[in-house]
Design a protein around this ligand. Structure first.
Ligand code: FAD
Length: 403
């Protein structure tokens, strides 16, 4: 961004001097005119725009300077970052590959996957072909065996600069979020985090990235028209895995990246797993979730009983987590986990948008709520209007009987 005063429009009225809260503007003599004109001290100016609004003569302008990635026609391919832990590719990579295939079809291009790891990681590449990658870029190096921010950033950034993909998708996981932000800065690309929808603007051939904004009250569609790759992170379970085609073949491109010594400042001594996290909500096929409507923390026992009878996991709304009724590992929604089980049972949950964005991809949604107008019923496949404390023991009892 830059700011400019147009000498031919400035009348020397000094309105801008009064408007500037940072004392960044002074009236000074200028060559060729007897008047004193506005001069901006760029060291003090914050580009807040108050002077632009104050000027009645349109004599001050702030311009956004376009930084572009040059000739955009040199970029092609929809790529996915294939996150791996302990040498195994995480499911989110296959979900991203499913979406990448749709985007690639609309752009008439190929699907690429980036896989980083140690010498043995090559064996995993076949899974990426099976889930739809046409090309797998294998970055292998001892320093890439486990995720470390700097070596990964250094290696992937070099690859992106060299191969020029048009779109690059990463999981909105701890690893993906860390890497995506660093890459975007290194290569000067735009990044939209936590997307819930992606599609191609067929006329302009650019990626439309949709995500909740302003506390989930609106869905914003964001574009990166001038820079490449267009980068997005997407949470696990937002997209569905594509069908696996065992034995599918593709092109394997291998690189042993040069990792800069200054990127090796962190040594990984040991990986200690957090064993306290026993809930694997994202992998559960059935989730029974409790909301504030259950009335009391002790009533989570009824939710747990139903989950147990169904062989499912326990979820929760943020209201119950914030109230300290259950741990945050169970929270479903915008600031919790995104889930897409076969069956999601919402018990005493109103269905505010921040909860819905985390579970509306479920195959079947069953809602129990005493308010017939509760928003949860808009997304529910089946609804029970009634007291959750009455229905939960009834349903669990019936299931136990039938077992
Ligand atoms: C930035 C931001 C992020 C957020 N992230 C999340 C998130 O990740 N996850 C999330 O869940 N929320 C999130 N929220 C909060 C969200 O807006 C709601 O406040 C929250 O989901 C409400 O939880 P609830 O449905 O349990 O409670 P309430 O909104 O209080 O709803 C309780 C429901 O229970 C029903 N009820 C009451 N008694 C009974 C009964 N006996 N039997 C049957 N039904 C009954 C009521 O009719 C009501 O519909 C977020 C909010 C913001 C601003």
């Amino acid at each position: 961004m830059s700011i400019k005063v147009f000498a031919d429009k400035c009348t020397g009225c000094a309105l801008c001097v009064k408007a500037c809260a940072f004392n960044a503007i002074e009236m000074k003599p200028r060559e060729g005119t007897p008047k004193k004109l506005a001069v901006i001290d760029l060291d003090k100016c914050t580009l807040c725009g108050a002077c632009v609004s104050a000027c009645k003569f349109n004599a001050i302008e702030i311009r956004a300077e376009k930084e572009t990635s040059g000739d955009l026609s040199h970029y092609s391919g929809v790529w996915v970052f294939a996150e791996q832990r302990e040498g195994k590719i995480e499911t989110v990579a296959y979900e991203l590959l499913g979406e990448a295939q749709k985007l690639a079809k609309d752009l008439n291009t190929y699907v690429g996957a980036v896989l980083c790891g140690g010498e043995n990681i090559e064996e995993e590449a076949e899974h990426l072909f099976a889930y739809g990658a046409n090309k797998v870029y294998l970055l292998y190096h001892d320093e890439l065996k486990d995720y470390k921010s700097l070596p990964y950033t250094c290696a992937v950034a070099e690859l992106l600069k060299k191969e020029k993909p048009e779109i690059f998708l990463l999981g909105a996981t701890t690893m993906g979020r860390d890497l995506a932000a660093r890459l975007a800065i290194r290569i000067g690309a735009g990044l939209t985090a936590d997307c819930t929808g992606l599609d191609i603007d067929k006329e302009k051939k650019i990626l439309r990235q949709t995500r909740p904004a302003f506390g989930g009250n609106i869905m914003a569609t964001i574009i990166s028209p001038n820079n490449r790759p267009q980068m997005s992170t997407v949470r696990p379970k937002v997209f569905k895995k594509s069908e696996k085609k065992a034995g599918a073949k593709g092109e394997l491109v291998k690189f042993k990246p040069v990792i800069n010594p200054e990127d090796l400042v962190v040594k990984l001594l040991e990986v200690i797993k957090d064993e306290s996290v026993k809930v694997n909500l994202q992998e559960a096929e059935i989730i029974v979730s409790g909301g504030r409507g259950i009335g009391d923390p002790k009533n989570f026992k009824l939710v747990e009983d139903l989950a147990k009878a169904l062989g499912g996991a326990v979820g929760a709304s943020r209201a119950t987590v914030d109230a300290g009724w259950i741990s945050a590992h169970h929270q479903v929604g915008q600031t919790g986990k995104t889930v897409a089980p076969k069956i999601y049972i919402a018990c005493g949950i109103s269905g505010k948008i921040q909860h819905l964005v985390g579970m509306q991809g479920s195959d079947t949604i069953i809602a129990i709520n005493k308010d017939p107008d509760a928003p949860i019923f808009k997304v529910a496949t089946y609804g029970i209007v009634g007291d959750v404390l009455e229905y939960l023991p009834l349903i669990t009892g019936k299931l136990r009987e039938n077992k």
